[in-house]
Design a protein around this ligand. Structure first.
Ligand SMILES: NC(=O)c1ccc[n+]([C@@H]2O[C@H](COP(=O)([O-])OP(=O)(O)OC[C@H]3O[C@@H](n4cnc5c(N)ncnc54)[C@H](OP(=O)(O)O)[C@@H]3O)[C@@H](O)[C@H]2O)c1
Ligand SMILES: [Zn+2]
Ligand SMILES: [Zn+2]
Length: 355
């Protein structure tokens, strides 16, 4: 089905091909159904996924591609069956906008693992058969189940990065019991996901060590984000001192990491979680076997966990560190992500810059 109709009522920015270059793009969104919420987008965070998908790094991108899955805004219309939201509410949308709502995972509140596949916020297949388009756009329509309440004391621009970066690091910490004070956490990579892993880890009472490739992030890692230690990952001597010292490591790097080295830093039964997506996963079997260690994957949480995380961050004032940008700056912002030049999340001021 074509999604470029005559009633192109939504303004956005799209990549047209694997160069990933974004430019203005008009398209139509589906009408608000009985269970849907429509929101005017105020802000959208810039995730490394936006780089990967606009440049077809995963290999199945459909163009034109409108990225963005850290969306906050104000409800402008609700369907007749909608009970959780009303016009004027401040709300958010994360990385998925639909699921089957009847499989065991959906029933258990893990919609992101839906047996039929959760529908991603961009480059997925929407309820009306069109390709989903993300938050680099003026408004969006979503089934109310996949819409979140943004607590009043959480400004919309700061809530946006929590909807992917925040929930993607919060979920594995909860799942692997890393919310117990006194445990030790390693965080690899200090970008959008990484800086929130540090902040959330500190709120859980953990001892947090950052592994970074950027010495320029050292002072802020300690003073601004609250990390206990900062290590330059290529410094073998510093790494060796930390052998068998960590309960849990969360990888948020957007490039390859030396797996054997990081596994050697885990205590017996320690867990290395992959949130960041390396090009390859390569390690010697002995690195897992000696010490019965685990490598695990991570995805954002289900709907229930996402709302819990938003409420937790609001209650503990866990606010992302953001650089606000107009939508016209997104091509540069994506380039800067690739260069690791981010402190620590770009957030697009959609409402004030998108015409
Ligand atoms: N699993 C999921 O569901 C999920 C969800 C969202 C994002 N992701 C993935 O998570 C990763 C991080 O996303 P993000 O939005 O936080 O990205 P980001 O803001 O660009 O931060 C990534 C950080 O990783 C580090 N890094 C970059 N290249 C590296 C390399 N070659 N080797 C080691 N470290 C490197 C840098 O930190 P330093 O300067 O400190 O070294 C960089 O700032 C990406 O791979 C993204 O696709 C996965
Ligand atoms: Zn993301
Ligand atoms: Zn399902």
């Amino acid at each position: 089905m074509s999604d470029e109709g005559v009633h192109e009522n939504c303004n956005g920015w799209a990549a047209r091909d694997p160069s990933g270059f974004l430019s203005p793009y008009k398209f139509s969104r589906r009408a608000v159904g009985t269970d849907d919420v429509s929101l005017d987008i105020a802000f959208c965070g810039v995730c490394y996924a936006d780089v990967s998908w606009t440049r077809n790094e995963i290999g199945n991108s459909t163009y034109p591609l409108v990225p963005g899955h850290e969306i906050t805004g104000i409800v402008k219309e609700v369907g007749s069956n909608v009970t959780r939201f009303k016009i004027g509410d401040q709300v958010g949308i994360g990385t998925y906008v639909n699921s089957c709502r009847e499989c065991e995972y959906c029933d258990d509140g893990w919609e992101v693992y839906c047996k039929k596949g959760a529908v991603m916020t961009f480059d997925g297949i929407d309820a009306d058969g069109t390709v989903t388009k993300g938050g680099y756009s003026s408004y969006i329509v979503v089934h109310e189940r996949y819409c979140f309440t943004i607590p009043e004391n959480l400004p919309l621009e700061l809530a946006a990065p929590l909807l992917c970066a925040g929930i993607t690091v919060y979920t594995p910490m909860i799942k692997h019991n890393m919310n117990q004070p006194g445990k030790s956490l390693g965080v690899i990579g200090l970008g959008g996901l990484g800086h929130l892993a540090v902040k959330i880890g500190k709120a859980f009472g953990l001892n947090v060590t950052v592994f970074s490739t950027s010495i320029s992030k050292k002072d802020e890692a300690i003073t601004l984000l609250g990390a206990d230690k900062f290590v330059i990952a290529s410094d073998e001597q510093q790494m060796t001192v930390l052998a068998r010292s960590l309960d849990f490591i969360i990888n948020t790097a957007s490039g390859n990491i030396p797996f054997d080295m990081y596994l050697s830093l885990l205590k017996v039964n320690g867990v290395l979680v992959l949130a960041g997506v390396p090009k390859e996963v390569k390690f010697g079997p002995g690195s897992l076997i000696w010490g019965t260690k685990t490598i695990a994957g991570a995805l954002p949480g289900g709907v229930k966990h996402t709302q819990e995380m938003l409420d937790f961050c609001a209650a503990h004032k866990i606010y992302p560190e953001i650089e606000m940008i107009p939508i016209q700056y997104t091509n540069e912002a994506l380039e800067r992500l690739i260069k690791k030049d981010v402190k620590y999340r770009f957030v697009i001021d959609v409402a004030n810059s998108l015409q």
